[in-house]
Design a protein around this ligand. Structure first.
Ligand SMILES: Nc1nc2c(ncn2[C@@H]2O[C@H](COP(=O)(O)OP(=O)(O)OP(=O)(O)O)[C@@H](O)[C@H]2O)c(=O)[nH]1
Ligand SMILES: C[S@@+](CC[C@H](N)C(=O)[O-])C[C@H]1O[C@@H](n2cnc3c(N)ncnc32)[C@H](O)[C@@H]1O
Ligand code: SF4
Ligand code: SF4
Length: 564
């Protein structure tokens, strides 16, 4: 253990002049009568009340922290798919006014990268009339020295600032950017701006910054800072390795060697992320965020929205549902509320153990978009190990985010060569539509009989349409590897074209689901056509079923696609 006293004193001095001006911009005078609409609270199936919403404002960042983001950055979601400030407000408003969310944390990526950050905060501030108590922000602190006061005035109550080292050269290594002194000045600016809380987030990694724990503790001697030591967590592509993680108990032992009297504080709040400790007499406190060794899921009260508008009910969960798509397709508030409640009902009791988390794909911490396939995850994990082992060889792991090569046969497992049903549990539920078309040559006589509703078996058009709708609903029973999908609508059109003596059939199928409905649309057209054949075969068996094809599909990863 190596605690440098001189470094400790220097840093303690750095903050000594800071005076936390509590409630500097208290809104007390401005707040009008609280007109909260809330009649509903968000409970999951384990009775946990959810009143804390984390919103990621961007996937972009001006740093490239080793534990969070690959050096070359991540493939970004196209800008039009990121929530606009208006959408951030509308979703926040729904959560606050209808579900009693009382704390919103803005995070990212780096929230300050968004040019409209102040506008977003000002808009959210108006929700304080409806029961929102806290607007918090998590930042890397790079521009805080210039902007702390501005966002405090706009309505931010609390800031968490990431800082993993007190050694400038190490800072550059960890963040892959310069700027340690800017962050230090940013922390001081935050203390001076009078936020309710200023917390420091320090991700602890063995052999990198675990020798600085006591230096960080010393920052709390004269400043009302809350320094939280975070267990290094695995996310896609972040080179996580068991050997790099310092468990909470080990951190505490290291600190106790220098501060033997450090003591556990009484948790003033039940559902805090961090386990609070304090050196008696110190102005600030420390804490441990022990996601890996001692989860705090039992008291979880949080929901998150990714920058591209997906609701994620658990940090480590793979299920996501697109609230952005619901907003953009003008869904009613009640429909959106019901999707949120359904998603929350699926929240697990707790996240998997460390080993399972490390082995299952999740977004990189910075992202909120694409989920890596397990194969790609394994590939980047192996590359990571290679990087750690080989300090001399500089490897660059090129990331690719496509979940599969479109030329691959997704129903064949690439490892075993056997037929498989594709696992879609990690995919986002979005609004999806597929349209398929087909034709059947009937001849003049049948065309006329159908139009006059004189076919011997009855009304051909109505019967064929009903058959098509039923077929769409039963696709998963007919096609072996198809998923069961809850369809929102099946609409079938049948048009008689006298010139070509054909019936032209089109089926439009829609759903809110994690996978597309093209098979349902194609099945609907096929069975509609077969039913026409069956209804009319007494007249002539000379009918020809022609060209059943997918015309277009929208939603999901591939967006809108038309097939000619
Ligand atoms: N297991 C788990 N860890 C989380 C979650 N949210 C944040 N964390 C951890 O907490 C660290 C700090 O996150 P912050 O953005 O500062 O938020 P926070 O600590 O939850 O915020 P407050 O408790 O409101 O101060 C992250 O790096 C994660 O390690 C969560 O939902 N689950
Ligand atoms: C993703 S950042 C976004 C906000 C902002 N850019 C920042 O750095 O504070 C939010 C928090 O996640 C933490 N974090 C990122 N990757 C992590 C990991 N692998 N393990 C633990 N914490 C992580 C960061 O340290 C930071 O405190
Ligand atoms: S931890 Fe924050 S600052 Fe670092 S790369 Fe991730 S988003 Fe950027
Ligand atoms: S891992 Fe999931 S359940 Fe556990 S605290 Fe985090 S968000 Fe809540």
């Amino acid at each position: 253990m190596n605690c440098s006293i001189s470094k400790r004193n220097k840093c303690a001095h750095f903050f000594f002049s800071s005076v936390a001006k509590q409630n500097f911009f208290a809104h007390a005078g401005k707040i009008r009568l609280c007109s909260q609409l809330t009649s509903e609270q968000l409970y999951d199936s384990f009775g946990r009340k959810h009143d804390y919403l984390r919103i990621s404002l961007t996937e972009k960042c001006n740093f490239r922290c080793l534990y969070c983001m690959p050096e070359e950055g991540v493939q970004l979601t196209p800008a039009p798919n990121i929530l606009t400030s208006d959408e951030v407000f509308r979703l926040s408003s729904l959560f606050v006014r209808h579900f009693g969310i009382n704390k919103i944390r803005l995070t990212g990526g780096e929230p300050f990268v968004r040019k409209d950050l102040r506008e977003i905060v000002e808009n959210l501030s108006s929700l304080k009339h409806y029961g929102l108590k806290t607007i918090a922000l998590t930042t890397n602190g790079a521009v805080l020295k210039h902007r702390a006061l501005e966002i405090r005035k706009a309505g931010v109550n609390a800031v968490n600032i990431s800082l993993d080292t007190l050694v400038p050269a190490k800072f550059e290594f960890i963040t892959r950017r310069k700027g340690w002194s800017n962050v230090m000045h940013g922390i001081r600016a935050a203390l001076d701006a009078g936020f309710d809380h200023v917390k420091i987030n320090c991700v602890v990694m063995k052999g990198l910054n675990d020798d600085e724990l006591c230096d960080f503790v010393s920052l709390t001697e004269h400043s009302p800072l809350d320094v939280r030591f975070i267990e290094y967590m695995p996310f896609d592509g972040n080179k996580w390795n068991f050997k790099r993680m310092v468990p909470f108990i080990e951190m505490l032992m290291i600190i106790r060697k220098v501060y033997p009297n450090v003591e556990k504080m009484k948790d003033e709040k039940f559902n805090k992320t961090s386990k609070p400790y304090q050196v008696p007499g110190f102005a600030g406190q420390i804490g441990f965020i022990t996601s890996m060794t001692k989860n705090f899921c039992g008291a979880c009260n949080r929901l998150r929205i990714t920058a591209d508008g997906n609701l994620k009910v658990c940090l480590f969960g793979r299920e996501e549902v697109s609230l952005r798509d619901l907003l953009r397709s003008q869904c009613s508030t009640d429909s959106i509320k019901s999707v949120i409640k359904q998603a929350l009902k699926k929240k697990k009791k707790q996240h998997d153990g460390a080993t399972q988390i490390a082995q299952s794909p999740n977004r990189p911490m910075i992202l909120i978009g694409k989920v890596l396939s397990l194969a790609i995850y394994e590939q980047s994990f192996l590359l990571s190990i290679a990087l750690i082992l080989s300090s001399r060889t500089k490897l660059t792991a090129k990331r690719t985010y496509s979940t599969q090569n479109t030329e691959d046969l997704s129903h064949i497992n690439p490892k075993t060569g056997k037929v498989q049903m594709v696992d879609i549990s990690h995919k986002t539920a979005t609004q999806r539509v597929a349209i398929a078309k087909g034709r059947i040559y009937l001849g003049t006589k049948i065309c006329e009989l159908i139009e006059r509703k004189e076919a011997t078996k009855g009304d051909v058009i109505t019967t064929a349409k009903i058959a098509g709708i039923m077929a769409a609903k039963n696709t998963c029973s007919l096609i072996p590897l198809c998923h069961q999908i809850a369809l929102s609508n099946v609409h079938i059109e049948i048009e008689i074209d006298h010139k070509s003596q054909e019936a032209i059939i089109s089926a439009r199928v829609s759903t809110l689901s994690s996978t597309g409905v093209e098979m349902e649309a194609l099945t609907a057209v096929s069975v509609t056509t077969l039913t026409i054949y069956d209804m009319c075969k007494a007249v002539s068996k000379n009918m020809i079923i022609k060209e059943i094809k997918l015309q277009s599909k929208s939603g999901g990863k591939s967006g809108d696609v038309h097939y000619d």
